[in-house]
Design a protein around this ligand. Structure first.
Ligand SMILES: Cc1cc2nc3c(=O)[nH]c(=O)nc-3n(C[C@H](O)[C@H](O)[C@H](O)COP(=O)(O)OP(=O)(O)OC[C@H]3O[C@@H](n4cnc5c(N)ncnc54)[C@H](O)[C@@H]3O)c2cc1C
Length: 353
């Protein structure tokens, strides 16, 4: 019998399994080949200061050390770099935004997050003279989520953990007192980590979800030389490899399906054309649904009636920073080491009417 059966091997399921394995457990997976996985197309940016008002993200001081440590650990395990430390640059084109930032920049909470020596001329070469100011944040970077989930799947298979590549059939789950059985796999506990697809999970349909679709482009930009920065000027330009950049993204609560749309393709191309003063070519266009929830805090906890079933979800638009901290916390909880943090426990939610 396996200790944990995990449904969904995106960032959430992968990180959780890492911490469970570290504690000496066995895991088994069911995953439908990352179909529609948000982790498969995310930029994976960790940006400590976000939003229009440049505030430090929720629990940043606690989350980031765990994230950096975990990605380093995982890089060593899979033998591939998973996290790329890079400054996040915010560019300003109007005096009002620049002044708003200036007013906030002296706040004690931001100390240590603002990189010294911002070089405006370096950015104007690519973004034009209308950029009037900017700031670089440090303690930031990019988690290669797509690379990690592929490498982690290989690691699981190489280490002979059971891995069923198929869509999970909820009707085929047998729930007993001491264990669950799914298509011949017996497990002591089952954790659902299905990302935005959790909305269709009949066991956790009572939770509130507020998914947000995101679309992005893979773009070739010859001669763009800011490869140690994640530059934002409306949208992000994220260096990947050899003149190839991740550009995006859109954020839509109102959508029909998870397919890329012509509308967002055109919007992204327009935004990038307005930002960049050098030519680029679009290579690919992708879309996925972020597992966002109403209060933007993760969803962790047991099923109210079936104590062997659990959920780990709600990483939203910030999986790279929230994921490691809460995967470790949830593994501790599942192993009886700690109580569940009430701020992220699904018991905080009122039932849907
Ligand atoms: C365009 C875009 C940009 C983003 N950029 C960032 C960013 O810069 N920084 C950041 O931190 N976050 C970013 N995110 C958010 C990030 O992708 C998520 O926080 C994170 O990937 C969520 O991971 P997850 O494992 O919960 O979900 P997913 O990655 O969606 O994984 C769920 C897994 O479960 C599988 N699955 C689902 N249902 C079933 C089923 N019934 N049977 C079998 N398998 C199933 C899926 O195939 C998938 O492999 C972005 C998202 C998008 C869409």
């Amino acid at each position: 019998m396996t200790d944990y059966l995990i449904i969904g091997q995106g960032l959430a399921g992968s990180l959780l399994s890492h911490f469970l394995i570290k504690k000496g457990n066995t895991v088994a997976f069911v995953d439908n080949s990352h179909k529609g996985a948000s982790s498969a197309i995310a930029a994976g940016i960790i940006n400590p200061i976000t939003g229009r008002h440049y505030v430090k993200s929720w629990k940043t001081d606690e989350l980031l050390p765990v994230a950096f440590r975990t990605y380093e650990e995982l890089s060593a395990i899979v033998g591939q770099q998973i996290f790329y430390p890079k400054n996040v640059t915010m560019l300003f084109r109007d005096a009002e935004t620049a002044n708003n930032w200036l007013a906030r920049s002296a706040e004690p909470a931001l100390e240590g997050y603002i990189a010294p020596n911002f070089d405006l001329e370096n950015y104007r070469k690519y973004f034009g003279e209308s950029v009037c100011a900017g700031v670089e944040f440090q303690k930031s970077g990019r988690c290669d989520m797509p690379g990690f989930i592929v490498a982690w799947k290989k690691y699981l298979k190489d280490h002979h953990y059971q891995y069923l590549e198929e869509a999970f059939d909820y009707n085929a789950l047998e729930i007993g007192e001491e264990s669950v059985v799914y298509k011949g796999i017996s497990a002591k506990k089952l954790i659902f980590c299905e990302g935005a697809a959790a909305e269709r999970n009949p066991f956790f349909s009572h939770l509130h979800y507020k998914p947000a679709k995101g679309e992005m482009l893979l773009v070739r930009i010859p001669g763009y030389n800011l490869n140690d920065k994640l530059a934002k000027d409306g949208i992000f330009i994220v260096p990947l490899d050899n003149e190839l950049y991740w550009v995006g993204s859109s954020y839509n609560r109102d959508f029909e399906n998870s397919e890329p749309t012509e509308l967002e393709y055109n919007n992204l191309v327009k935004e990038l054309s307005e930002m960049l003063k050098i030519p680029f070519t679009v290579e690919q266009h992708f879309a996925a649904i972020r597992p966002t929830v109403r209060d933007r805090k993760p969803y962790l906890g047991p099923h109210p009636k079936f104590p062997l079933l659990f959920i780990f979800n709600g990483l939203g638009a910030k999986g790279s920073s929230l994921g490691p901290f809460y995967a470790e916390h949830f593994a501790d909880y599942l192993e009886g080491v700690t109580a569940l943090d009430k701020e992220v426990a699904i018991s905080r939610l009122k039932p849907l009417k």
